[in-house]
Design a protein around this ligand. Structure first.
Ligand code: PHE
Length: 345
């Protein structure tokens, strides 16, 4: 029996060597692999079945010999496969070896994320530190502490999603002002980006979930001049030396006085175009001097401290900067849209 098994193994090895050497295509080689070593019907499997009828004492040695043959043939099969692949690459007449490799897209930062980090960098150079607060807020932080009684019409404009009585998805990043002031004593200079939610329609210029970015500076002696100077410098650093800002009177319950801040249109430079609807200006944020009532809510002395705050929508800025016509594109999962921003500013 053992002798038979040895002969069979030797024959298999010899035959295998010849078959592997003779294979001239990947297909032929694969056929040889299956014929020789195929798990179900391969030749080696057939021989191994014979092991069962051997004297138990002889089995280990016979098994080891069968394994050696298997490894020898596997090695030859692999080497041949590599040889065939190499040959094919080298000799295929239509292979253009000068073509660039196929790049694997490893992902990119979202255009809004790019704009947020740029804004935070610019404000960082002006002394603002990044801060954050929770997206699920209480109505005290979102409205009351910001001098917005729940029955005030300004609260209507911020209709949001309630999670439980008194608990909601924040409708702006302004509650981070309150949380920061509660935690730290002045002087304070923070920039707080984050998601906000409102019951807005999902159309070309609105989304029910969107990013906002809040700024707050509080100290002794801060005036409206500091607000104007900070935002003018901010605009120049973000949009270029020629960018100018203009303030229009506005209303927010938590700032007094309040303003809408426009920046000279970065597309036409101020001459008037379709992006700025012919006005030469584009509204980019709300701002104002922190209302004394807010200081009272957080325990700051409003006689001693003053400050300014501003809030902007980075999605709007990303749309202007990259010429994105519809805000819904920013939520598209189609990577053909997102991959355009790989490595952008
Ligand atoms: N929180 C305001 C809004 O969402 C923006 C704002 C922030 C206005 C800070 C003034 C000061 O509309």
């Amino acid at each position: 029996m053992t002798a038979n098994l040895d002969t069979d193994l030797a024959a298999l090895e010899e035959e295998g060597r010849l078959a592997i050497a003779a294979a001239s295509t990947a297909h032929e080689l694969e056929a040889a692999r299956i014929r020789l070593l195929g798990r179900k019907e391969g030749r080696l499997t057939a021989i191994m079945r014979g092991l069962g009828s051997l004297d138990p004492a002889e089995r280990p040695a016979a098994g080891a010999r069968a394994n050696r043959v298997k490894e020898a043939l596997s090695g030859l099969l692999d080497a041949k496969q590599e040889e065939l692949e190499r040959g094919q690459r080298g000799s295929a007449p239509d292979a253009d070896l000068t073509l660039p490799g196929r790049a694997v897209w490893r992902g990119a930062r979202h255009p809004v994320t790019l704009v947020i980090s740029e804004i935070c960098d610019v404000l960082g150079t002006l002394g603002f530190t990044r801060a954050r607060g929770p997206e699920a807020e209480t109505d005290w932080y979102n409205f009351t502490a910001l001098n917005t009684p729940l029955d005030h019409p300004a609260a209507d404009m911020h209709d949001t999603f309630y999670l439980a009585p008194g608990v909601l998805l924040r409708s702006h990043t302004s509650p981070v002002q309150v949380r920061t002031m509660q935690e730290y004593a002045p002087p304070i200079r923070i920039v707080a980006p984050g998601m906000c939610y409102r019951r807005d329609p999902f159309d070309a210029s609105h989304a029910p979930a969107f990013e906002q970015l809040e700024g707050l500076a509080v100290d002794e002696g801060i005036t409206f001049v500091d607000l104007k100077a900070t935002l003018s410098e901010f605009a120049r650093r973000l949009f270029g030396e020629r960018a100018r800002v203009r303030f229009r009177p506005s209303f927010f319950p938590f700032t007094e006085p309040s303003a809408e801040v426009d920046v000279s249109c970065m597309i036409c430079g101020g001459g008037g175009c379709s992006a700025c609807k012919g006005t030469g200006w584009i509204e980019i944020m709300g701002a104002g001097m922190v209302h004394p009532a807010v200081f009272e809510h957080v325990g700051y002395d409003p006689e001693r401290y003053t400050g300014f705050a501003f809030g902007m929508g980075p999605a709007r800025i990303a749309m202007l900067r990259y010429g994105i016509p519809d805000i819904r594109l920013l939520y598209d999962t189609d990577v053909r849209f997102l991959e355009q921003f790989t490595g952008a500013a």
